[in-house]
Design a protein around this ligand. Sequence first.
Ligand SMILES: Nc1ncnc2c1ncn2[C@@H]1O[C@H](COP(=O)(O)OP(=O)(O)O)[C@@H](O)[C@H]1O
Ligand SMILES: [Mg+2]
Length: 266
Amino acid sequence: MVSAPAEKRIDEAAGLKIRRVWKEFTSLDGGATPGAVAVSDVTLSIAPGELVSIVGPSGCGKSTLLRMTAGLIAPSSGEILIGNQPITGPSAERGLVFQDPSLFPWLTVRRNIEAGLVARGVLRENRHEVDEFMRLVGLESFANSFPHHLSGGMAQRVALARALINRPRILLLDEPLGALDAFTRMRMQDEVLRLWQARGTTMLFVTHDIDEAIYMSERIVIMTQRPGKIEQIIPVDLARPRDRSSDEFLSLRSDILETLHFAGRK
Ligand SMILES: Nc1ncnc2c1ncn2[C@@H]1O[C@H](COP(=O)(O)OP(=O)(O)O)[C@@H](O)[C@H]1O
Ligand SMILES: [Mg+2]
């Protein structure tokens, strides 16, 4: 059998199933803190290769849900499956990108991207892929630059490449563009969409920017305040590339705002 060349290989995207998940934070002595339910009874299925956003006000449990999916913390009850595998802890098959790219300041762009491979102990056999992933995020001419020479958008591209080089079956993004200025943010939205289309990776994208969610996702999950639960799931059937000023876009936007009670009409 002849295997496909590295450049042609597509990550094997996985579906995600979140079933009746609750998360209650407990105090150090193990007792429940009153009102400490951060996520209550969340059920959500994401198809392989789907891009789903979660929007909701600060403190509604978005990051908690993402951290449970990453395996960084365990649900108090319920289960989360990747494909058919229950999540028991962190794994490279679930890539994570946060608002702060957290690059190693003493390492070059190339070494920062390689760090994803070092963490898995597969640098020797996969080192040749670093160039591929630097090209993928358009950073090949910055291979030897250090993080303090990069703009915020470029640093976030390094973080994306570092997550993608492990060929995750799902990419978990927690407000990854939240610290960028408006113009860089729009460019990076296109960049993430291009990566999604090129690699077909399943993506769960947390944002509190409604326009960003409509521009990017196939479905939008709206979460509401504590105890964080899913209020509504909205499919976005707009053709791509999406026009942020089209009537359909704006009407979807006002529907979502109304659901979030920001429109003041409820
Ligand atoms: N480690 C923790 N211990 C106690 N409470 C927490 C912890 N992490 C998050 N919370 C609480 O859970 C709720 C949801 O937090 P979070 O998931 O970070 O919200 P979001 O990402 O939507 O802003 C918040 O009220 C927060 O204070
Ligand atoms: Mg958060």
